[in-house]
Design a protein around this ligand. Structure first.
Ligand SMILES: [Zn+2]
Length: 149
């Protein structure tokens, strides 16, 4: 079995932290989860921060319809051709104008150009208070993605 990876990403896909903020957030994460391997990655463009085998389904955030994986994958591929600069999509069921990042992923996933990572995190992840404290250290609200391959 592979090692799970906890990935903390800004809720705004295009947002990037300053180096000093990255250091603050890494230091805090190291105190919250001692003895874990902490890392970070900054990307040149936005990437899909996927949950790997933890993918269950994608729903519209308004009408709750489970979106067809083929429909969704086609839109991800189309957005990828342009470095995910434009994430806009329209729900085929209720016509909601939203973005790939704002769809309801089970388990959570998202789009980002920066991530903090924790290899082999505790099974129950980070407490919500830890998540918001790391967001404050980083300078932006964050979303937790648990990836398993
Ligand atoms: Zn909808």
């Amino acid at each position: 079995m592979s090692t799970p990876l906890l990935r903390l990403i800004p809720t705004d896909p295009h947002w990037e932290p300053e180096p000093a903020a990255i250091e603050r957030a890494r230091a805090l994460l190291g105190r919250l989860l001692p003895d874990r391997e902490i890392g970070h990655q900054a990307y040149r463009s936005v990437f899909f921060i996927d949950q790997g085998e933890n993918f269950e389904e994608v729903r519209c955030p308004r009408c709750r319809t489970v979106l067809d994986v083929g429909w969704w994958g086609e839109r991800v591929n189309r957005a990828a051709e342009h470095g995910f600069a434009d994430l806009a999509v329209r729900c085929p069921s209720c016509d909601l104008d939203t973005t790939l990042n704002d769809l309801d992923y089970r388990l959570p996933a998202g789009f980002a150009r920066f991530e903090l990572t924790v290899a082999d995190p505790p099974p129950d992840g980070l407490p919500a208070a830890g998540l918001s404290a790391i967001g404050q250290a980083l300078g932006h609200e964050i979303r937790a993605v648990l990836t398993r391959y």
